[in-house]
Design a protein around this ligand. Structure first.
Ligand code: PLP
Length: 472
């Protein structure tokens, strides 16, 4: 007999900030720790529990999947699930370790397991982990005492060389390895640029809507963000000129504007470069997903048109490999190399040498180029499957923007508050971000941002679409 759980599992608290699936997960852990549920004991099916609690089955399934992934319960096929027989109940004691984020701009929602539609993640199931493990083992085995000293704070020379070679071939950027600085992620890149080239009170154009952490990082550095609108051709340069002609920098996402997905047109690219050259201003190009274009070959980077040395190019391995690596890079104009080297020497602690060496091998042995090519094809398929699955389930309740590239979709909602829908989705164990939260004013045409890279099939997308439909 499966143990009925609902007796000590009250209905989820609708006023709590914690998602429903997470509340269920926490209660299971407490029940195991308090020995209400004992190792080996059978638990109710997700369907039965969902029915009793009045929740969507998927919400309970998400909680069960997390419990199983962490070893608290085991699935036994037809026989249902049991509390893991070898488990020591005290292992399930819930120790709150998370620091609560206070600035919603700075921290996007980061659940501790992968949720459907989670933004910012590449297809983690398709990463060549075996190759990675082989390269990692080889590097670890051959480690010498000299590899254990402090690494070069600007990045491992061999990785900087590989990045420069990749950028020349794939992004049309002509730079020497010495112009490449390895960082621990996009935020460190922006912080480094601010510390090296900007002063407190300087103005910087930011795309509106745009990636919220950019605004948070600049504000933290004392730099003054100026909202510049985006239309079908990307950032509206004439509006930037009108609002803050004296800005010291402009931050743009030319390949696929984040989040609208439009590409910066050639006239606007030249307009930006002219403005920067005339005013001695800087352009920061965030090329986080430039490789992922599905309608044509990837567009060359804006940096490839930079004749006057005004563009700082920011790339990251988070999308092309995976985000837990914490490796990104910045290409600085030749004239600024010394300044950056000085600041890096003082402020950057350097990135882990072993990880950098593995990434260097991954690139030099051709795995990187192959992986990107495979992902471009896979993402085109997953995007198509997600669009058709969601359309099949949601019909005309949402309108899906057709962007030329990127890793997420924009689902336009009519007359529904995007923040409200996002909150309901998160409580049900689904991820989405509200377009309104990506604007300076906090409002925009209501829309959901959903990543498609981890949605592996039409039927999965359709099922998820039905779950969204139940929450609208
Ligand atoms: C617009 C944009 N830029 C940059 C990044 C990369 O950030 P990081 O290198 O810190 O992982 C992301 C990741 O989500 C992004 O969406």
């Amino acid at each position: 007999m499966a143990k009925r759980i609902s007796s000590y599992m009250p209905r989820p608290d609708t006023s709590a900030d914690t998602a429903y699936y997470r509340q269920i997960y926490d209660r299971f852990r407490s029940a195991i720790a308090e020995r209400v549920l004992k190792p080996g004991e059978r638990i109710q099916s997700a369907r039965a529990l969902a029915k009793e609690l009045g929740l969507a089955r998927g919400t309970v399934e998400t909680a069960y999947a997390l419990l199983a992934a962490e070893g608290y319960i085991e699935a036994r096929g037809q026989a249902g699930s049991v509390v893991s027989p070898g488990l020591k109940p005290e292992a399930a004691e819930v120790v709150p370790v998370r620091v609560v984020a206070t600035d919603p701009l700075a921290t996007s929602y980061r659940p501790d397991s992968i949720l459907p539609f989670q933004m910012g993640l590449p297809a983690l199931d398709a990463f060549p982990r075996k190759v990675w493990a082989r390269l990692g083992a080889r590097r670890a085995r051959s480690m010498q005492p000299s590899d254990m000293m402090h690494p070069d704070v600007g990045g491992l020379p061999e990785l900087r060389t590989q990045i420069a070679a990749y950028l020349r071939v794939s992004r049309g950027i002509d730079c020497a390895p010495g112009q490449v600085f390895v960082t621990s992620g996009y935020r460190q890149t922006i912080g480094l640029i601010s510390q090296t080239l900007l002063k407190i009170g300087d103005k910087v154009w930011l795309e509106n809507p745009g990636y919220p952490p950019s605004r948070a990082v600049f504000s933290q550095m004392g730099v003054d963000p100026v909202a510049v609108p985006v239309d079908r051709d990307g950032i509206v340069v004439s509006e930037g000129l009108r609002k803050a002609p004296d800005a010291r920098a402009a931050l743009v996402t030319p390949a696929h504007q984040s989040p609208l997905g439009v590409s910066l047109s050639l006239p606007r690219r030249h307009g930006l470069l002219d403005w920067a050259a005339r005013n001695g201003a800087w352009i920061i190009e965030d090329d986080y997903d430039g490789e992922y274009r599905y309608v044509s070959r990837p567009l060359p980077a804006l940096k490839s048109l930079d004749r006057d040395g005004r563009v700082l190019y920011a790339g990251t391995f988070s999308k092309m490999l995976f985000p837990s690596l914490r490796l990104a890079y910045l290409v600085v104009p030749e004239s600024e190399v010394e300044k950056f080297a000085r600041v890096v020497e003082i402020l950057a602690g350097g990135s882990p040498a072993l990880t950098q060496a593995i990434v260097g091998d991954f690139i030099s042995e051709g795995h990187f180029a192959r992986h990107i090519q495979r992902m471009r094809k896979l993402y085109a398929e997953r995007r198509e499957a997600t669009v058709s699955g969601l359309k099949a389930a949601l019909g005309d309740q949402v309108l899906i923007d057709q962007q030329p590239g990127g890793m997420h979709l924009i689902l336009r909602l009519e007359r529904r508050d995007d923040r409200h829908v996002v909150e309901r989705m998160r409580k049900a164990g689904l991820y989405a971000e509200a377009l309104s939260d990506w604007t300076f004013e906090g409002k925009e045409t209501s829309a959901l941002l959903v990543n498609f890279t981890n949605v592996a099939s039409f039927s999965l997308a359709e099922g998820l679409g039905h779950r969204i439909a139940g929450l609208l």
